[in-house]
Design a protein around this ligand. Structure first.
Ligand SMILES: *Cc1c(COP(=O)(O)O)cnc(C)c1O
Length: 409
């Protein structure tokens, strides 16, 4: 069935999608923008450094399978996920290349890591010792995570004897060693010093392993803000997450390297009801909003169960209808919210509202700031009830055309 689907830029395109997808609220995923961001990131890293795309939490809400397929088609062959199940899901859907599980996997489930050709992180000393004790004859592919000051996961960087034991065990195939920075986004001097110390700790460990003739495997340290704030670092991989999706973690964040990003995700929902209110009418739960004058309001079919944060209530958050920005009034409900459309002519049932999109006033950075969080949280909590429609203008084009486009980046 052919239905009208509205693209991020409000251009109407015909999509052969089941119209249930746009019945209520949905996400439009622009894969051209993903490609653009990937090229922008490539410009910021050293020539021999590869991108390990972080696609955990359903690719930060964007849909891990479609995102990873597109990245595969663009030559990305390294991925990071948080869990075993996320890794299995990618493999079951034909994703090629290395898939590193960043988090804990039960020792009893390591057979799945082998079966699906995934890579497990050795997350701490206890895990390392369990592996040494319990591994059978299998060859388990791993990366070693080193704790350099975040104190979340990792083997202590001073614990060289244990790390050496891991490298020397023939059942364990160590493909890489890495750490994670905890204040790479900050430009405060103390934080910069802390980060440099973290980097140095990993480098010192690697040097002393190499001095003992151990080949340590691939190295990696930087996630998004490590890339943008510590560009002199040259590891085998970088691990960008949030910037791949075209979003900064926070509004007005300053980085040493600027980067031009295009948001991949647009969140849209239907207007379901339009009504006129007399002065002194209350709107939504708790009667937190009372109209002063006569007013026209529209109900939109999206709520906090879809990941649109409830704490945006009363924060003057905006949504876009017919190219106009209108304010949310009253409390945001589980499945619905209400906006002031007094100034908007012709708004009617079935119209489309954009809740998160490219424009600054409804950017994910703006939404995150108003709900006192970071975009990583907003994106990764986009609800399961939202269908994801992916756009990829390159899919239908010939190879030559594709090449031309790549040239223009
Ligand atoms: C989530 C995560 C990343 C990606 O972080 P961004 O800030 O989104 O780029 C990289 N490395 C590890 C270990 C992570 O957990």
């Amino acid at each position: 069935m052919q239905v009208d689907v509205i693209k991020s830029n409000l251009e109407i395109v015909k999509a052969t999608e089941n119209d249930l997808i746009t019945n209520r609220a949905w996400l439009e995923i622009n894969l051209d923008n993903l490609e653009y961001n990937l090229h922008e990131i490539k410009k910021k890293i050293h020539q021999n450094t590869k991108i390990m795309a972080v696609v955990k939490a359903n690719a930060y809400g964007h849909g891990a399978i479609e995102i990873s397929k597109k990245l595969n088609s663009l030559g990305i062959l390294d991925f990071a996920v948080a869990t075993l199940s996320e890794g299995i899901e990618l493999r079951k859907n034909g994703i090629l290349g290395n898939i590193l599980i960043l988090g804990y996997t039960k020792i009893e489930n390591l057979n799945y890591v082998e079966e699906y050709d995934l890579i497990q992180t050795i997350i701490d000393e206890e895990y390392a010792i369990s592996l040494l004790q319990k591994l059978g004859k299998q060859k388990l592919k791993v990366h070693i995570k080193v704790n350099t000051g975040m104190n979340r996961l990792g083997v202590n960087s001073k614990n060289i004897s244990l790390i050496k034991k891991l490298y020397e065990d023939s059942r364990i195939k160590i493909l890489g060693i890495f750490t994670h920075l905890c204040v790479a986004d900050s430009s405060q001097e103390e934080d910069v010093q802390f980060t440099k110390k973290q980097i140095m700790e990993l480098e010192t460990l690697i040097k002393s392993l190499e001095a003992q003739n151990i080949y340590v495997g691939k190295t990696h340290i930087q996630s998004s803000y490590g890339i943008l704030n510590y560009p002199e670092l040259e590891c085998d991989y970088v691990r960008p997450g949030i910037i791949l999706y075209g979003i900064h973690s926070e509004k007005n964040i300053k980085t040493r390297l600027p980067i031009d990003l295009k948001p991949v995700l647009t969140l849209k929902a239907r207007v379901t009801s339009v009504r006129y209110l007399e002065p002194n009418s209350y709107i939504s739960y708790g009667r937190t909003y009372r109209s002063k004058d006569k007013m026209k309001v529209a109900t939109i079919a999206i709520g906090y169960a879809d990941g649109y944060p409830r704490n945006l209530s009363g924060k003057d958050a905006k949504v876009c209808i017919h190219d106009t920005y209108v304010a949310i009034v009253g409390r945001i409900c589980m499945d619905q919210l209400i906006v002031d459309v007094t100034e908007l002519e012709d708004v009617k049932q079935g119209d489309i509202a954009i809740l998160i999109g490219e424009d600054k006033r409804i950017s994910m950075e703006e939404i995150a700031q108003k709900s006192s969080t970071i975009t990583n949280e907003i994106a990764s909590r986009m609800g399961e009830r939202l269908k994801r429609i992916t756009f990829d203008s390159l899919k239908s084009q010939s190879k030559e055309k594709r090449y031309d486009r790549n040239e223009s980046y």
